[in-house]
Every structure is written in structure tokens, then in C-alpha cells.
Design a protein. Sequence first.
Lengths: 932, 506, 113
Amino acid sequence: MMLLSIVALPLLGALVTPLVSRRSTAMLPTLLAGAIGLAVVSILLSQAMDVLAGTVLIEHYPWLPGIGLSPAFRLDALGLFFALIIAGMGILITLYAHFYFAGKHGAVRFHSLMLAFMGAMLGIVTSENLLFMLVFWEMTSLVSFVLIGFHQDERPARRGARMTLVITGGGGLALMAGVLLIGNSVGSFRLSDILAPEAALTADPLYPWMLGLVLIGAMTKSAQFPFHLWLPNAMTAPTPVSAYLHSATMVKAGIFLLARLNPALGDTEAWLYSISTAGMATLLTGAFIAMFKHDTKELLAYSTVSHLGLITLLMGLSTRMAMVAALFHLLNHALFKAPLFMMAGAVQKATGTRDMRRINGLWRTLPALAVISAIAAASMAGLPLLGGYLSKKMFFIESMNASVTPTLQWLTPALAAIAGLFSAAYSFRIFHNVFFNGKPRNLPVWPPKNPDVGIQVPPAVLALAVVLVSWHAKTVVHGLIGPVASAAEGSVLPAYDMHQLHHIGTAFFMSLAAMLGGLLLYMAREPLFRLYDQLPPADAREIFEWLMTRTGSAAERLVHGLENGSVQRYVALIILSAIVLAGPVLLSGIQWHGGETLTPIDPLTALGLVLLMATAIGTVLGHHQRLFALLLLGSAGLFVTLTFARFSAPDLALTQLSVEVMAVIIMMLALSFLPQTTPRESSRLRKGRDLSLATLGGLGVGLVSFAIMTRPQSTIAAFFLSQSKPGGGGSNVVNVILVDFRGFDTLGEITVLGIAAVAVFALTRNLQLKDRIPQERGQYWASNPHPLILRTMARPILPIALMVSAYIFLRGHNMPGGGFIAGLITAVALSLQYMAGSLAWAHGRMLTPFRPLIGLGLLLACGTGLGSLLFGEAFLSSWFGHYDLPLLGHLELATALLFDLGVFTTVVGATLLILANLGKLMTVHGPGEEIG
Amino acid sequence: MNHLPVLPILLPLLTGALLVTLPRLTLNAQRLISLGSTLAVLGLVLWLGASVLEQGRLVYALGGWAPPFGIVLVPDRLSILMLVLTASLALPAIIYACRGDDDSGSHFHALFQFQLMGLNGAFLTGDIFNLFVFFEVLLIASYALLLHGGGTARSRAGLHYVVINLIGSALFLLALGMLYGLTGTLNMADLAVRISEAPPADQPLLQAASLILLVVFGVKAALLPLLFWLPRAYTAAAAPVAALFAIMTKVGLYAMLRVFPLAFALDQPLATLTAWQWLWPLALATLALGSIGVLGATSLRNMTAYMVVVSAGTLMAIASLGSAEALAAGLFYLVHTTLLTGGFFLFADLIGRQRGSAGDYMVATAAMKDRRTLGILFFFAAVALAGLPPFSGFVSKAWLLQASLGEGVAGLYWPLLLGAGFLMLIALSRAGSKFFWRQSPERDHEMRADRVRFACVLTLVSAGLILSLTAAPLADYTRSVAAQLMAPGDYVRAVHEAGLEMTGGH
Amino acid sequence: MEALYAIAVGVLTTCGLYLVLRGRTFPVIMGLTLLSHGVNLFLFASGRLALAAPAVIGESARPTDPLPQALVLTAIVISFAMTAFVVVLALRAAVELRSDHVDGVDPEEDWRP
């Protein structure tokens, strides 16, 4: 519970702050944040003694054991060390921010985000479950994204924020992969297991991947070369953010991770070289560039980069005492860098700028700040006996003990010295430039405002800390750093020999050289600046933006190239995939003839089939003359009907016939609004492609059909044949299947029809054909809205048709027929009347509430089915009995008949609704009111 | 007997029919009915879920005709998952629609109900031809819904969508013809038995049938190269429709998960199916294309449409591994992605309404009236979608990665999955800063965000949080679903026993 | 007979597919109709071919398999509904896109702001 509260308190605070805060009480968020910080610190301190003595506190909360994702917390010396820095620094920053924002709007947002960040950071350093640590890890990236974009209306802020998110977020993903690999190899995500010697990760074949991925995660977070670019661009954030996230804490997360996993992944060639190289590169780049930045915060940012590089390098060196040096320098860096940032912020408030070419000689106006900065800068420069000096000297010593190959033996120290030289130089610069170096030049704010005392307290405290740490270096190193380093190494280290820091040796001369060299370098800055300006300007932010935009548009082009909005291509792809997928398996030694004896060919049927093919082919050949093609299509449908009839499917034949008529009518109507001809536009190549696709498809279907027809058959049909009469009460098995055995299909089928009709209604409702497409290429559009064919075949049919359909409907259950066919015939008959005459004619004679008809039909069919529920039967269970009725004679009444009535009604309603609304369009300026 | 299984189909059907019967009903009355019915459906499926959890699986023989002869509904754990997901997506969608989208064309609510009927039917049926029928129901309804509101973009996208799906249906019938011709049955359980007993001479044909089915389902599930209809269709659809469509691609996946393990893998491991082996490379390609599309999207909706593609690829890839753990992880992800992408479609619309002519296109305009609230919500929604902690996206991603690690395919799947997340992060951060940070100087938009619409978005987005809080039980459930899927034998047995019971044992 | 029938099915499918791949809505619709004819015949054939054996009790000694007939009937109705819908949609598209090309005049229009 205690460790949980360390993380939970700040996170809760983050949620509460915006709720409780009003603009009026500027003090409240500060107090809240400060209180939480203090609470965390006191919890930590209460455990400090035991933890430093080597006890490891662990709390475990099961959440998703299945995938190893459970919050678990761990407090050991390493975690404590970082947690104290995070929380302690947090308190000072909160105080600083209070004066920095001075109750300005945005303060609340800042404080709540600060707390969220603090919580996340504490989560990282106190996580026991590595997978769950990622939660906090990503959280810090997200919060820093928001904080960097704090001044949303400034373009650099937005870009810097996105750049940070992309780099650190991407690193997070890599880290995730690495962690999962580790967890998979160890079989647990708990550090206790991962750090245990049994884990033996370095022996794992995937070790290079683990190391690489984890490294990417750590390096992106800690701004290691070449991922360092985001850090300077993050300086658009308010200064408290820069001081806290981007110098003291977040950027240390990567280093923490390395220290944390050092026992598990460390002590290998790969580790040594990859990390120390990265560190060295970062160290040099940062130190070099920092020297030439005129913006105080940018200078500090690059110096942070280089110091992070230094610490990383030390982690990599993996000499026995390197860890001590690294952690000690980390502490010093936190102590001397934060006050410098605070100074930069204060100076900016006082003078309105951060440009060191303009800010000069502020020591008169800001004496206190000058003293504070002097101490901090001196420690950064590594002036003797200050913390920075000690840790840097440790670094020089370790760089010489580094167990690298002899050829590199001299290189590391040499480079180290050069880096030290530059860092000394820029340390001198930021101090001397700001506070001395002559008079200020045309500052935006003149005379400089005196900042309130409050804003100077936090840096003062830190400067004091610098002095204390330097004074009691021995105690700090042995009392604090030693245990922490041991925890990081996973084995107890011997006490660091502090005497070598004071004895005059190579290391001493190295630091001396670095210092004096730095001084000289600073003296000679003017020409150097000019030289530097000669270099080609490379603004990382611009490059990044350019990269982003380019990838974006490239992606857009690529995708739109594939998804080009041509349905012809999509359809071709679908057909092609079907062929490519199914083709090979069919060709793989299948024997097409299944063995059944073929039925003999009788000329009549053969003729029908041949004509069927002929009409189909004719439709294709003639499809440029649409009306002609349509007629051929209709006749093709006719031959399909005959085929059904021939092969003993009377119901199908009837249905197909009536559907065909209806379909042709509809198409004909449509055609009267569409171009009468199809332009010949597809290229020969395209035709060839389509033809071959179609042929392959057709070939496949034909062959498969043959293969199936000639194979022996064993189906469930026997059941239907035997049950039709006794169970379904009808002798027309097909109809019984439709309304009884598989009535549910039919229900769905008429629903489809109903929906289609309603959809047509919706489509045609506000469709204005008076603005139909203008004449293109002469006789392109139909002139005659009333196709002649229709007018001729009209009125006499109606009464006959109605009788026929009634008859068909009633007999349907026993003889071919049934509700659907009857419905269609009725509809055909009625609609023919409709087509023949104009709309007004039809309106006069027939009812037109078609939609209710559809609905009622569905309700009736559904209701019939539901009826059986009352008798405890399943939905759609049928019941029937035989009766002798007057007039009609012997008649069988079945619930199926009711169901069929529903079908009939829906079909009539749907068909007529479709036709009516199509017909409505006939009158070129459609009739005002909607039909149906 | 327990009629619960059929009610989630009948209720929306009756509601739809009623709404069609009374075309003169006032819009508010329609809304009331539609809302009520949708709510009731949610209740029903939860209730059904309870009884399924007891018995593991129900078998409901329609018309009292014993399987394999009659049509059966076989709600099992997978069905319940899909049903509940659909209902809980449909509810916010319909509420959102009631704020005005339903007025931009006729019969929105009837069509919406029919759509629900089709979806529920597809998830419940245990008969393959009946599955086809319900596919047609949900398709025709979706055609109409896609075109709801009119406009050139919709007409074109709609035309493409319809043509492509009609071809899909033709292929479906083809496959059914092959299956019936060779096995002589339609009931999936019976089909499974007969296929496993089919003579070797028929095997190639059956395989071909399964591959055609893969194409059919692939068209719906957005599998490369069959998915190109999707982005524009989803971009063009009215927001609530698009939100509901977030489940449509999952129907294709559902059909795969329902048909292949049962009907074709009764006597062999799923992963050895030819169809299943095709699934892996195609799904990976889908995933890649989707994530590039997300990056290249020009409008927020378009981006969301491509996120649907990404999720489809992710899902089919993990499913193609064919292990129980992989399936469980995939199903967890399915719930997450469906609700969030659905919510994001609504969100895109909500934002678009605030930005005047610019709509949801990624250009800077004047500041939105309440960009603060929307911005915060967008931030969290984006975080959840990009799979960052602490939301369900992170959980499912972690699980997906681990599940795939066991299968030794991580080398391909990991980079693509993580890369997709990365590209989404870039795209979303760009969109976010365009919409909420960067403002062109002119006067702020006056439009305020509609509270109810906002609430709908909030509900769906908060799913990201809720799912991660309730991850443990949900994960257990998806595991049980996967286990059930991996044991098709039980399904067959259950249906068979139900058949025997009804025919009195002979 | 089976062979000829199979050929017919194949030809219908081929013609249907070819037309479906055309660029104008009307031929595409005709293609869809032909395609569904082909598919229906295919589905019908899955019950094998039988002359003069309607599945009506008492009509014939060995009635043919009635189930495929029922399926085809359902399929016919559904494809009819779909045809009707797509026809009207094509009309609407032709009016709104100012062209009866399946992709409209310019597939890229109203794609960007």
C-alpha cells in the first residue's frame, strides 16, 4: 500500500487539482502539489535507512496475471535514489513555477500535468513489473508532449511537441518489444526474476534483440545521439518544465533503465561498445554544439545532452566503479543544471529575452542570482572541489580503467578530455555572458525588472545543495551513492576510494587541461562563432517537419494509387483472387468425372440450353445497343425458366418467369432514363484482361458444376420427401420447405425484398430527374419516356392475372405455386396497368399504401411464427387441419397458409412500391407527393 | 422451452416492420420505438448471454424441425460476444443519429433495425444457407443506410459497395452449391461431419469451396486485395452508420471464425487449412496497407476508415495463427477496436460539425468553440487508439504481441503491429495539433458541440478505459470463447444430441 | 446432358463476369443478372439433374431433391430484390454524378476539401 501511494498520490493530485482550483485561488494548486511532494518525500525518507541498508520492499497487485501485466512496486536503493531526486526536485519546481506563472492562467493546467508527470516518473523508478513500467514510461512521453506544446499558438512549440512524441513514443514501442522478449525468455516480468542470475539473458539467442530494443528505448528517452534532436526542441516548454522534465528527471529515465537492467543485460561486449559509443558520441556532439548556442535554454539543453552522454558512457564502460561515478555525476548534474535553468527563466522574465548576445552584465540587477549561478556553473565547468569536479574526475579515472581494446585505450580519455574542455567553455560562457561581458544591448524590457525573491529561493536551495554535496562528498559517495551503485550492479561494491580524487595524477592534469582549455576556448569565442556560422544551418525541427510531410504525402500517393476509386479494378481483383485461390487446388490432380452415368441428351433440352448460351453471348456482344441487349437478356431468363421446368422444378420455373418479367420491366424503365447506347471506351488490352478473367472464372464454374453433377449424392432430402405430407401437411415439397421446414429462410428472404423496396423508396424520394444528364454525343439519351413495348401488352391481363394468382396461391401448398409466385403475378398484372397508362391513370384505380402492405406482410408472417410460441412450440412451428368449406370444397387450412399469405402481401407491396416509385420518375417532373 | 435465442432476431424485425407499416409516424415516435427496441435488444442479448454462460451453448430448432433437417440457431460464447458488442455499439450510434442524422432521409430507423436483425441473425444461426440469407439482410440494409442522406460521394461509394457485394453474394452461392452438392447438407455441424468423412476424390472441390468462402468473407472483413471499397464507403457514410459499420468488417471475421474451424477443421488443426494459410500473408499485407493509409489520410473520417483496415489486418493475422491463445488475444482486441473506431467515427463527425466548411478535413481553421473539452477527449481517444497505456489498446497490444511470440512468427508480426501503432501515433498527433492547437487568426466558430452527441462519443471512447479496468474478466471470457472455438467437436455433439432428442433417438 | 448443362452454366458465368467488368452501370447490371442466372443454375444442379421427377408427393416415383430448388427460389427472390435496388441506385448515381460511368465523371472529385 505504501509504495502504491507514492505513485498514486501525485496521480490523484493531478486529477483533483483542476477540479478544486478556481482562478481566484492561485495559491491552492501550488499548495496541493507541494504538499503531495512533501508527503512522497517523507514516505521515502521513512524507509531510506532500511533500503540503503539493502532491504528491498515489494508490493504486488494482481491485475492481468494472464499476460503478466500486473502493477507491482519495488523500492530498493536505486529506486529510492531516483525517487528522492524526482520528488525533491518536484517540490522546488512547484515553488518556482508558482512565481514563474504568478497565478497566470495556465498555472492550474501546469500543476496538474506536473503532478501527473511526477506520478508517472515515480512509477517508472518504483516498478517491479517491467511490463507495467511501460505504462508509466509512455505516460511520461505523453505528458511531456502536452507540456512542450504548452504554448499551443506558437508553431515551434507544436512542432517540438510532436517531434518529442514521435521520437520518445517510437522508442517506447521499441522498449515494449524488448521488454516482451525479456519477459518471454525469463517467463516473468518481475524484476526479482529478471535480475536474478538464473535469468541468464545474456546467453539467450535473442539477447542482441533485447539489448538493441531496450537501448533504443533508453536512448530516445535520454536524448542520446542520434535521438538527441528532440531535447533542444523541447525547450519551447515553459522553463519550469525544461528544468524538471528535460534536465532533472524524464531524460534520466533512460539512464535509470540502463542502471536497472545492467545486472540482467550488462557485462557483455555488445553492451560495452554500443552504450559507450552512443554515450561518447552524445557527449561530444552536445558539448560542441552547446558552446555555440546563443539562447540560454538551448545552450543548457545541449549541455544536458552532453552530460547525459557522459553518464551513459560511464554506464557503458562497466568498470568496477563506473556505476558510482555515473550516479554521482547524475546527482551533481541534477543539482547544478536545474538552478541554471531557473536562472534562465528568471532572466527571461526580467529582461524579456534569452539571447546571450543581448543579455549582458546583469550582475548589478540580479546579484543574488549571479552568486547562485556562479556556484552552479562552476560545478558544471568542473572547477576544483565542487561536485562536478569530483564526478568528472571520477569519469576521467574510469575512462582510463576502461577495459576496451588497447587501440582504444588512449582514445576514450582523450575524447573525454576534449568534451570536458568544451563543457568548461560553455559553462564559463553562460555565466560570464549573462552576468558580465559589458552592458546589456537593447533588451526588450528595460530596465530589467527585479524578479520577486520567491523565484530565487529554489535555485538558492539547489546551489546550497551543490555546496553541501561537494563539502561532504565522501559521506554522500559512501553513504548514498555506494549502496545505490551496489543495487544497480546487483552486487555489493567496495567503498569508493575517495583519495584518488585528491591525488595529483593523470586525471588531475586532464581536468586541469580541460579547464584551462575551456577558458581559452571561451576567450577565443568571437572568431569561433563566426566560423560556426559558416557551417550549413541545419534546423532539426525543419528537417523533421519536412520528413513528416513528405512521408505523409508519399503515403497518400501510394494509397490513392492502389485505392484509385475505380470499381472495375476492385471487381477484377475480387474475381482474380477467387481464381488464384481456388484454381490451384482444383488443378491439383482432381478427376472431373465423378463416375455417375450421364443422362442422355434429348434434342429439345439441348436446343434450349444452346439457345440459352446464344442469348447470353448475344447480350454480351450487343451490350452497346442497350435495348437490344436487354431483350436478349430477357429471353435468356426465359430459357433459364424453361431449363428449370425441363428439369422438374415447376415452382422455380414459375418464380423465374414472374421475376424475369418484373426485372425486365424495371430495367426497361431505368433504361428510359439512361443512355440508349454504351460508348466503346475500354481499350483492347482491358477487353483482353476482362475476357480472360471471365473465361477462367466461367471455365472453373462449369467444370466444378460438371464434377458435382457426376458425383454420387447423399442428401438429407429423403427426410423432406417423407415428412412433407405427414409433418408439413403439403404434397408440394418445395413449397413445404419454403414455408415450413426452412420457413426462417423465407422470412429473411421477404425481409430482404421489403428492405429493398423501402430502400428504393428512399432513393427515389428526392430524386429529381428533370435535371437528368444533358444530351451528350447526339442521340445519347432516350427521348421517349413511355417505351412502346409496355403500352401494347397491358390491360386485358389484369382480371385474368388476379384470378390466376388467387388460384396459384391456394393450391401452392400441394401443387407448384404458393404465396411468392402468386404475389409476383398479382404485382406484375397490377404494375402492367401501371406502366401502360400514365401515373394519374393508375392512381385513379388502385390503392397505393404499399409500405404498410410490406410491413403488414412481414408482421403477419412473423406473427404466424410467434403464434406457435403460445403453444410452447418453437418459432414457426406449423399446424394444419383439413376442412370442407362451402364453395371452395375440401380445403386444408394450415398455419403455413397464413405465413404464405404474409409472403404474398409483402411481395405485392414490395414489388409495387418499387415499380410505383420508378414509375413516378416517368413524368419528367415527378408528381409532388410521394407514392406508397 | 427457451425461446430466447430467436428473440434478438425477431424484435428488430418486428420493430422494423412496424415502422414500415406506419410510414406517417412522427419522427419522434419513430425514434422512441427504435431506441426502445435497441435497448431491449441489448437486454435480450445479455439475458441470452446469461443462459449461454450456464450451458455453454444452446441449440434452438426453428419450426421444431430437428437438425440437420431444419434450421437451428446455436448461440455460443462467440455469438454472445458479437451480439453484446453489436448492441452496445448500436445504442450510442442510434442515440447519436436521433440528434438529426436520421432526418436527412426516409426510414432511417426501420433500416437500422433491419440491419440489427441481419447482424444478430448472422451471429446466431447454425445453418450455412441461413447465414447467407442473413448476410443478404444485413447487406441490403447497409446499402440503404450507406446511401442515407444522399450526395455524390455516397452515391458513388454506395454503387461500388453494392456492386462488389453482389459479386460477393454470387460467390457465396457458388460455394454453397459446391458444399451442398458434395455433402448434401446445410447444417454446419452436419456439414462438419460430412466434410471430415468426404471421400478423397471430393477433397479438392471442398477445398476450393473453402477458398471461395475465404474470398466471400474476405470482402466483408476487409482483406487485401478485396478491401478497396471500404475506405470511401466508410468515409462517405453518415456518422452513426459508419459507427455501426465498425462491426460490419467484424462480421466477415466472425464468419471465418465460425465456419472454418468448425466445418473444415473438425479433424485437422486449423492452421493446416489451405484457406487459413492464405490468411496469414494477406492479413499482414492488409495491416501494412492500413497503417500507411492512416498516415496518408486527408480527413479524420478517412483516417478512421483506415484504422478499421488496420484492425482488420491485425485481427485476421492473429487469427490465422490458429492457436487458442492467439484467438483469445484477437477477440479481446476485437472488442476494443470495434468500440473505439466506432466512437471515433462519431467523434470525427462531431468535430467536423464545429469547423464549418472545413469539416473534418485536416486543415487549420478558426478555433472551435469548445476545443478545450473536445481536445482533452480527443487526446485520450487518440492515446487509446494508438495502443498507448493505460487504455485497452495497450493491454490488447501487449497480449497480441505475446500471443504471436509463441507462434514463432513475431519477426513479421511485431514490426508491422508496432509500426502500425507508430504511424497511428504520428497521424493522430498531427491531426490533433491541426484540430486543437493550430488556429488560423479569424474569429472563432460559434457552433457549440451538441451535448447528447458529445455524450455518445464520450461513452464509446470511455470504453477504452473501462475495458482496461475490466480487462481481467474480459480476458478470461475471450479465453473461454477461444477454447470453445478450438473444440468444434463439442459444437457438433451438442447439435447432434439436440437432433436426437427431438427425433426421439432414432 | 450434364456436360452440356455445365457448359451452359460456364458460358452464363463467363458472360456475366465479362459484363460486370464493364465501365457503365447498365451493362454491369445486365452482367449481374446473367451472373445470378449462372449461379442459380449451378446451385440448382447441386441437386443433380432429373427429368420429369418434380418433388411433389405422388407425382413421380423418385422425386428429385427438393432442397436445392427451395434454395434457388430464395436466391432468385433475393437477387431480384438486389437487382431492383441496384437499378434505382444506378439511376440516382447517373443523375448525381452526371454520368452513368460506375466511377462517375471524376473519381477524385469531392475527395479532398
